[in-house]
Design a protein around this ligand. Structure first.
Ligand SMILES: Cc1ncc(COP(=O)(O)O)c(C=O)c1O
Length: 417
């Protein structure tokens, strides 16, 4: 490893951590010559199922694709009256990653935007129930930067009002709520394996569920919309490939090419899966290191609570941290940008919280009339202007974290006199 030089070596917010195993696996895929989704994808899905303790896993090419296919799967007519249709409403949060909300918009559903809490950056659950109407069918929200939202309350509401729940766990792989992994509460959960996340495939994602009907629908939408559920390269899993009569097709039309959904192709390649197989083995260690780094930063920043809002600690959760978020209090004698510019100048990476307030972005501003915006979104605005996060990923060494503390301390010392 290169020597860390204060003020010269960049401290990134995130990055890939890998060794020879990922490289060897990818070479193996190249040599095998299959390349598209194959045996490595199967192995990854099997191991990921074990890690999550869930029944069904579908590998996809990104977390955004995972969200798209998750929502699409619930539009299938197999769900009868519960299927999602245009103008149905879904509850979401204005502090969001865009592609948590976009699938709903793309399918003509109406988003109900709820503000976020400042000390979790998650949807304000107490504002949800009043917003639910007869048209509300779905709750689709992310666990922000790994911190689980109040799943107890959300699942109670979902049950009471018969709502689907899609947990966007893209930032929260390994986080637990009440002793159970996030992703095990809702009807569907999604993951991203982009490099900033708890593990990576370069690009990649997964959609998981315990429900066999939903799983079948996920596969249909992921794999071109086809009715057949054969794995790539396999034929006749149903044992009546030429025995179906569907739609207005002639009896016996090849089941492999019968389309019962308006689908996509969102599959990953075996290169991605093979890298994922190696990364998954390292995941428990990655999570531990993230937690250690978070704790060090928390202990440091808690001394400066007069300047910063930190995330609240909850006994019933165990967080697999994506980053270390904090909000510069409006009463502080400096702004978020003054601090982050100082850090960046000193080679310390920082990031804002997703979109801040999604409703203020160019793509969303003109559509506002077709949204339902519940109450004010003062917290989302404050998060947009005053919040940021620092890196805790496993590539952040003790030396780096000491340097971060020292540099922040230097910045703050000018206000401490
Ligand atoms: C909460 C959340 N959902 C979805 C995504 C999309 O994942 P991807 O970049 O793999 O498409 C991200 C990306 O970081 C995310 O943070």
């Amino acid at each position: 490893m290169n020597k860390f030089i204060h003020g010269e070596t960049y401290v990134p917010v995130s990055g890939k951590v890998f060794d020879q195993e990922e490289i060897n696996n990818a070479i193996e895929v190249a040599k095998e010559g299959w390349w598209t989704e194959g045996r490595w994808a199967k192995e990854f899905e099997r191991e990921f199922k074990k890690f999550l303790g869930i029944n069904y896993v579908s590998l996809v090419n990104s977390g955004s694709s995972a969200n798209l296919v998750a929502l699409a799967s619930l539009t299938s007519s197999v769900f009868g009256d519960r299927r999602l249709k245009p103008w149905d409403e879904f509850i979401t949060c204005s502090v969001a990653f865009p592609t948590t909300v976009n699938p709903g918009l793309q399918y003509g559903l109406k988003p109900i935007f709820i503000d976020a809490e400042l000390d979790t950056l998650n949807i304000d659950v107490d504002k949800m129930e009043k917003a639910i109407t007869k048209k509300t069918k779905l709750i689709m929200v992310a666990h922000t930067l790994g911190k689980p939202y109040n799943l107890k309350k959300i699942m109670r509401l979902a049950k009471k009002h018969n709502l689907w729940v899609i947990e966007d766990c893209c930032d929260a792989l390994g986080s637990k709520y009440d002793g159970n992994l996030v992703s095990s509460f809702g009807d569907i959960a999604t993951f991203s394996f982009y490099p900033a996340h708890q593990m990576t495939m370069g690009e990649g994602g997964a959609v998981v569920t315990n429900n066999s009907l939903i799983h079948k629908s996920i596969r249909q939408f992921r794999d071109w919309g086809r009715d057949c559920w054969c794995d790539t390269g396999k034929d006749n899993t149903c044992r009546k490939r030429f025995g179906w009569k569907l739609g207005q097709l002639p009896h016996g039309y090849d089941h492999k090419y019968i389309y019962s959904q308006i689908g996509y192709n969102l599959k990953s390649t075996d290169f991605q899966a093979a890298i994922g197989v190696a990364q998954l083995k390292k995941l428990p260690g990655f999570i531990k290191k993230r937690q250690e780094n978070y704790k060090i930063l928390y202990e440091f920043f808690r001394r400066y609570k007069k300047y910063f809002t930190l995330m609240k600690e909850d006994k019933n959760e165990e967080v697999s941290y994506f980053g270390f978020p904090l909000i510069v209090k409006p009463s502080a004698p400096f702004t978020r940008n003054e601090l982050t510019e100082y850090l960046e100048k000193n080679k310390i990476g920082t990031r804002n919280i997703f979109s801040g307030n999604l409703l203020r972005h160019p793509a969303y501003i003109n559509r506002k009339k077709s949204f339902k915006i519940v109450g004010d979104h003062k917290n989302a605005d404050l998060i947009m202007s005053n919040a940021f996060w620092l890196g805790v990923y496993p590539g952040i060494t003790d030396e780096m974290i000491n340097y971060v503390k020292k540099t922040v301390g230097q910045f703050l010392s000018q206000f401490e006199k």
